[in-house]
Design a protein around this ligand. Sequence first.
Ligand SMILES: *[C@@H]1O[C@H](CO)[C@@H](O)[C@H](O)[C@H]1NC(C)=O
Length: 414
Amino acid sequence: MKLRSLMLTVLLTVAVSYYVYTPLPAGLQEQWKLMALDAGFRTTIHLATVSHWLGLDHYITSIRKSIEGFEGLTKALVSSESSGGVIPGVKVSDITFSGVPVRVYEPPAGGEGHLRRGLMFFHGGGWALGSGKKGTYDTINRIVSDELNTVVVSVDYRLFPEVHFPAPYLDCLSAAKHFLSSNVLRKFSVDPERVAVSGDSAGGNLAAAVAQEIATDDSVLVKFSVQALIYPPLQAVDFHTPSYVQNQNVPILPRPLMVQFWLQYLHADPALLPQLLANNHSTPELRSRLDWTAFLPPRYQQDHPRPPVAPPHSAPSLLKAIPALLDVRAAPLLAAPQVLAKCPRAYVLTCEYDVLRDDGLMYARRLKEAGVAVTSDHLENGFHGCFSFISWPLEFSVGHEAVRHYVSWLQNNL
Ligand SMILES: *[C@@H]1O[C@H](CO)[C@@H](O)[C@H](O)[C@H]1NC(C)=O
């Protein structure tokens, strides 16, 4: 009996380790924690797929429920010990800007008549997950509001599967125009010369796209003064950039998952996934608009195989099937130099172990070439998503580093 239970334990341990263990690049720290996080993500996605298949729930709805359950549980555990990161002086209100739900964080009053900084934040989550007022986004926005004396507006734009592009972008744009209107800035005592737009991951994509539109729209009088982009996806033309290839299996955003997020956002047939993974949509003409051999540092090009370009017959039909692939509002990296030249000063955070690393590096380079002042901040130990892992139990030192860099750049530049 004893032997049998011992054997069972050994077998179970082996099975669990096999499931959890993923070989990771040596440069990543806290490897077991990252593997556990990745196993949790994979399990959530697998269970959601099964429940979708059984017709119980849309898989995105199941993933949202799991994340909420997890956040509720950790919040209950944390708040029994401490206040759980809530900063007492920051005033929080859930309101709408032009019909779009937003959460506004106002710093403790700094004397009558004092103007404060402003920052509009778009959360990440593949245009499908996440919330502007929950989880670590809530914590980070409170920190920014308190430490930088900033009115932070976190936008709950609509998500997939409820909507597709361009709805999330248009929600963010409406909220941004509302915030930048002079009576709203006055109402919140925000200095019109010091308003940022910012976001992480899919939110960084929206921030870059909204920044371009605001910068070039003459009817908008107050402009964003800076943009802060945390590992944004910025193009869907080439899924074989050196970073897409190098990090294709790195948690928590493997290459097929990022391509799936793009297909969902752009309202494309999910069955096109293998075609896009094969770059079958990527024509030589398109590639010439986004030639990474011209934009990436040599260290990322050495030994990198030339990416596949589309066979002549498949690309035009794919581009016809997914016209938004070429829409700059979805892919801000494709913008013309004249548009980039008008964009606000930029902070672009990239992580070495991230399929989106080269999107960020190329955008920083293109903005610089257009004459925009850019801080390109590269985390050598970073992985995609680390910015939102700063609270127990999903806490990584590189996550704290990312948030510190972001806050101190805003401190010095906003
Ligand atoms: C890419 O396109 C070629 C030519 O049209 C086709 O033979 C190939 O099967 C496609 N690849 C995928 C993964 O669909």
